[in-house]
Ligand binder design. Structure first.
Ligand code: DX5
Length: 215
């Protein structure tokens, strides 16, 4: 299965979000919507599920819930047609239960872990997860330097959970992408590497070329 490259949409308003989505339409299967509440992370983004319900996106998307109250938001995101939610292990008491509740709304449910969160903290909940997202940066901003520990964390997850879908978000760029794919990542989420280049479709092609396995 080729590694999927997922553009990260971090937007301050609806205009920016729609512009970014349009710029990658037809060049990717899925986009990730960065949902930041200014409390769980020290930045906030525009991402109103009600507007997504009224004006759906032209491709499937996952909501990366960088918020203090992910459980309160599941209903709205499922009504909006969100395919998958990523819940931060650091934002809920009972992670396995949070994943079960998210799936009860008909969405896929994934775990996201910050750089400082060890794999051990989520092992008990992984059976309930459709995907585990390893953060390559501390969440909140685009363009931060990749934290190397994410490579080892991907390798640890792959070794312990051979069938797990592993995603990485934060600091993904050409070169880093290759190392993450070699360590066992299935999906790579990229923000600045895609949107700061001025040619998002070309940047996506460059990332896909970087992770292509020689036959
Ligand atoms: C954390 C967000 C990431 C970020 C990725 O800040 O969850 O999706 O936008 O941006 P890059 O790829 O530039 O690190």
């Amino acid at each position: 299965m080729p590694v999927e490259i997922i553009p990260a949409i971090l937007a301050k308003d609806e205009k920016e979000l729609r512009r970014k989505v349009e710029s990658v339409e037809g060049s990717c299967q899925t986009v990730q919507i960065d949902v930041m509440d200014g409390k769980f992370v020290d930045n906030s983004t525009w991402a109103d599920p009600e507007r997504f319900r009224k004006m759906p996106l032209p491709m499937p998307y996952e909501a990366h819930l960088m918020v203090e109250d992910p459980l309160e938001r599941l209903d709205a995101w499922s009504l909006a047609g969100c395919q998958r939610v990523l819940i931060h292990a650091e934002s809920v008491e009972d992670l396995a239960e949070a994943l079960r509740v998210a799936k009860s709304y008909g969405m896929e449910a994934g775990i996201s872990i910050n750089p400082e969160t060890p794999v051990a903290d989520i092992e008990a909940a992984i059976a309930e997860a459709d995907v585990v997202q390893v953060m390559g940066v501390h969440p909140g901003w685009m363009g931060q330097a990749f934290q190397e520990g994410a490579v080892e964390k991907v390798a640890e997850l792959r070794e312990k959970f051979p069938d797990l879908v592993i995603e990485v978000d934060g600091g993904v760029a050409v070169g880093v992408a290759r190392r993450l794919a070699d360590a066992g990542a299935d999906r790579l989420v990229a923000g600045s590497a895609v949107f700061n280049s001025g040619a998002p479709a070309k940047s996506l092609d460059a990332l896909r070329a970087d992770v292509e396995f020689e036959e």
